[in-house]
Design a protein around this ligand. Structure first.
Ligand code: NDP
Length: 459
């Protein structure tokens, strides 16, 4: 039987995109996380561009997955015991179509080119969704700050910046923090940049408020994630009040996701780190959260110490918190920390909303399980964009040499998260009143960057 023209075109495109993913796989065969991130985007963007020849003729998909530049360098440093150490440093400058490269630095033993390419790729769509003029990048090192003295961390940061400074700049590439890079590390990195360049510019975000940082930057990713989840709840006539919330991680994002959940009247029952999780049936209140902040940010201790202080709570060594009954789950630790079985546990325990605070914490099969079960699920590129959004606001304040108040920045953050939510609804609407936030975030983030790439010609 003869196929209609439309059907035949659809078939051609289907083949084209499966060939596209095959090429991505063979060209990046050792980069499983990068392939995972690309395939999540292509699944939704491919059908969207099927009828739009201008995106296809300009090979936008082929260009958008290739970093504009990747820098890999040696980072030698000396330990307190006088021994020499060598780590590997990276900066992936992924896409500058809509602004200077922008994205965090991660210091963690798992850092390699695969992890950073996936993070930089995600960053393209996330930064685009914020509506701010920020391109995409990501960098870091396989250095582990855990167990190192402040002096060791400082010497490492100085050595790292002694190479990185050549590649970044306030109008070129503006890194920020990520896992293992908080206020302490940004301080040492900024100090070394200033010494090498002899200029005080907004080359990094996440700086201290007394020297160019923005109020609300530490809170931004966690607060933004909860604002986003709250918008999803409002869409279905609900809110955070009296909801039970399961959070993973106990670092920057997790702490402020917990704080905002508490502010909105919810009960946070778990926190975790890479060793295990704590469950507190009475809920983590503001005082208990202050204890966690001191434990993690100052003493750099382990989450299990929580149970020594709060005897009603329990510690689960080597486990993640997804088997706990909850209404809302906020994965805020690391990629692929929530798989299909974890998703099934959450679904059978009645979880209704999942918003990613971390980058790609849910596996592709986990996402599929949530969507099939009609759990309202937000991908990190939408729900954790608050951090980079406030980084963008920090860049604006640095350029204008002004400091906005806490309320001003928080209001802008809230408005940006609402705008991202609305973009997701616009592009993610499916039959009836259903919204697929993965589809909405991927297509909504893609359009702005793709159009800018076309406008700027083949570069
Ligand atoms: P932090 O370093 O402050 O905290 C990371 C948390 O994750 C720690 O509790 C850490 O525990 C835990 N963790 C690390 N590895 C594992 C593992 N294998 N299993 C379970 N838990 C683990 O980082 P952030 O809070 O800044 O970042 C968390 C996530 O949020 C990352 O995916 C990051 O990319 C993402 N993100 C962060 C933004 C920001 O502004 N900071 C912005 C947008 C996204 P331990 O102490 O044991 O290592």
């Amino acid at each position: 039987m003869e196929m209609t023209e439309a059907k035949s075109k659809q078939k051609d495109n289907g083949t084209l995109f499966s060939q596209f993913m095959e090429n991505v796989r063979s060209k990046n065969e050792h980069e499983a996380k990068f392939i995972q991130a690309v395939s999540e985007v292509v699944e939704y963007v491919a059908p969207f561009i099927q009828e739009k020849d201008y995106y296809q003729n300009e090979s936008i998909l082929q260009r958008i997955i290739e970093p504009e530049r990747t820098v890999i360098f040696r980072v030698p440093w000396i330990g307190d015991d006088g021994k020499f150490h060598v780590n590997r440093g990276f900066r992936v400058e992924m896409n500058s179509a809509i602004g200077p490269y922008k994205g965090g630095l991660r210091f963690h033993p798992s850092v390699n080119l695969d992890a950073l390419k996936f993070l930089a790729f995600e960053q393209i769509f996330k930064n685009s969704l914020t509506g701010l003029p920020m391109g995409a990048g990501k960098g870091g090192s396989d250095f582990d700050p855990k167990g190192k003295s402040d002096n060791e961390v400082m010497r490492f940061c100085q050595s790292f910046m002694s190479e990185l400074f050549r590649h970044i700049g306030a109008n070129t590439d503006v890194p920020a923090g990520d896992i293992g890079v908080g206020g302490r590390e940004i301080g040492y990195l900024f100090g070394q940049y200033k010494r090498l360049k002899n200029e005080f510019t907004g080359v990094l975000t996440g700086k201290g408020v007394d020297w160019g940082g923005s109020l609300i930057r530490p809170e931004a990713t966690g607060y933004g994630c909860v604002y986003f989840a709250d918008f999803m709840l409002h869409r279905i006539g609900d809110n955070f009040r009296n909801k039970s919330v399961v959070i993973s991680g106990s670092g920057n994002v997790a702490q402020y996701a917990a704080e905002k959940s508490i502010h909105l009247g919810a009960k946070v029952i778990t926190l975790s780190d890479s060793s295990g999780y704590i469950h507190d049936p009475d809920g983590v209140d503001e005082d208990k959260l202050d204890f966690v902040k001191e434990l993690k940010n100052v003493k750099r201790g382990r989450i299990k110490e929580y149970t020594r202080k709060y005897s009603n709570s329990k510690y689960f060594e080597g486990e993640n918190p997804w088997s706990q009954k909850c209404d809302i789950a906020l994965p805020c630790a690391i990629e692929n920390e929530l798989n299909k079985n974890d998703a099934k546990d959450l679904i059978s325990n009645g979880c209704k909303i999942v918003a990613e605070g971390a980058n790609m914490p849910v596996t592709l099969e986990g996402i599929e399980a949530f969507l099939e079960a009609n759990v309202i699920y937000a991908p990190g590129k939408a729900s954790n964009a608050g951090g980079v959004a406030v980084s963008g606001l920090e860049m604006s304040q640095n350029s204008m040499r002004v400091n906005w108040s806490k309320d001003e920045v928080d209001k802008r953050l809230h408005d940006i998260m609402l705008q991202i939510h609305n973009i997701c609804v616009k592009y993610g609407k499916e039959s009836g009143d259903t919204v697929n936030y993965v589809k909405g975030a991927n297509i909504g983030g893609f359009v702005r960057v793709a159009d800018a790439m076309i406008a700027q010609g083949l570069v």
